[in-house]
Design a protein around this ligand. Structure first.
Ligand SMILES: *Cc1c(COP(=O)(O)O)cnc(C)c1O
Length: 357
């Protein structure tokens, strides 16, 4: 039986997509070869890369003057690529709202004057700082945010309005809600949360910003070079790009990001409402900033938390253990998690409460 997989990443993928990949695993697109065997210069594979980029453009309404790239090294590699492509004046502001946002800031400091201008670490990242009160500095190359905080379960409701280009790590929420790409200079996202298996990272970058990477920037990290080569500068992660394209096709068929966003709000609403109406389970995030993708919660004790995770797994609800930094549980309910999965989780939570309260 297929489990309901609540892993934060790599995470669950749509069953139809897995089945389709399985059907054509030995003979991709009439080539007589597996997609894991063919050359990345094969026309059939080049068509997949092109289609994937075109679908991203369509689904996120990405303007023509933005590059859409498939790169490697995960979102963590982009923590370095951001300053290496953008830090001409050597100065950037970071908002630190979680573990990944902090890592991005620390990586930025290797290359220049990267300042943390606001942080929610004082309350274990359970909120997003008041954007109107942030003293952004003058003459910065960019402002960096992490739009959805995977470990702590918060998300930006609005985005900062800043003079410098806004750079956003959207790894754990890309394609989950509508965004206005024009408001961002660069968006990047490791695909293994909401889009594909591990191995590929999406970069969406305004072309005028990426023409002059720093002299020390490794060629592989130059977005300009990746753009000029249609993400085929070297051997790309072919299988992950292929899977991303299948997931994007399905998303289009389901009605696109707007429709997916409605379903996501509905799923998250079910779970948060249940938690809020329970005296047994708690979510500590300031309500306004609750993530629609990652829902952390606890029972009254660490012992019960451990018991919950164990018994949930025995009932086919897996990977619910919270991140080691926060403990408790975390349900990641990305695009590919069906409503039935969330309903099954809630039914189990009710039963567990009855037996253990
Ligand atoms: C998972 C995650 C990362 C790290 O991604 P890698 O691909 O493992 O480098 C960075 N940022 C956010 C928001 C994430 O959720």
């Amino acid at each position: 039986m297929r489990a309901y997989n609540f892993s934060a990443g790599p995470s669950t993928l749509p069953l139809e997509v897995l089945e389709e990949a399985q059907r054509e695993f030995l003979d991709f697109s009439g080539t007589g070869m597996s997609v894991t065997e063919i050359s990345h210069r094969n026309k059939a594979f080049e068509a997949i890369v092109e289609e994937g980029a075109a679908l991203l453009r369509e689904l996120l309404n990405i303007p023509e003057d933005y590059a859409v790239l498939f790169v490697q090294g995960g979102a963590s590699q982009q923590f370095a690529a951001v300053p290496l492509n953008l830090m001409h004046k050597g100065k950037a502001d970071y908002i630190v709202t979680g573990n990944f946002a902090k890592k991005a800031w620390q990586e930025g400091k290797i290359y220049g004057d990267a300042a943390c201008v606001a942080s929610s670490e004082d309350k274990t990242y359970t909120y997003i700082p008041d954007l109107d009160k942030i003293a952004f500095r003058e003459d910065t190359d960019y402002v960096h945010i992490c739009s959805n905080n995977t470990i702590f379960g918060t998300r930006y409701v609005e985005f900062p309005k800043v003079k410098a280009p806004l750079v956003a790590d959207m790894s754990s929420e890309i394609l989950s809600r509508e965004i206005d790409v024009k408001k961002f200079g660069v968006i990047y996202a490791g695909a293994q949360k909401n889009l594909a298996p591990a191995g590929v990272t999406i970069v969406i970058a305004k072309r005028e910003l990426i023409q002059d990477p720093l002299a020390i920037c490794p060629t592989m990290l130059k977005w300009k070079v990746q753009d000029e080569n249609n993400s085929l500068y070297n051997t790309p992660p072919c299988f992950a790009i292929y899977m991303a394209t299948l997931v994007l096709r399905r998303l289009k068929k389901l009605g696109g990001v707007k429709e997916m966003s409605k379903i996501n709000e509905y799923k998250a609403g079910l779970l948060y409402d249940f938690i809020d109406n329970s005296a047994f389970y708690t979510n500590n995030v300031v309500k306004k900033y609750r993530s629609v993708m990652n829902v952390p919660f606890v029972t009254p004790s660490a012992e019960l938390d451990a018991k919950f995770v164990k018994e949930a797994a025995q009932n086919g609800l897996v990977s619910l253990k919270g991140h080691r930094l926060v403990g408790g549980m975390r349900a990641s309910i990305y695009n590919a998690m069906p409503v039935e999965g969330v309903q099954a989780l809630i039914a189990f939570m009710q039963k567990f409460e009855k037996e253990n309260a």
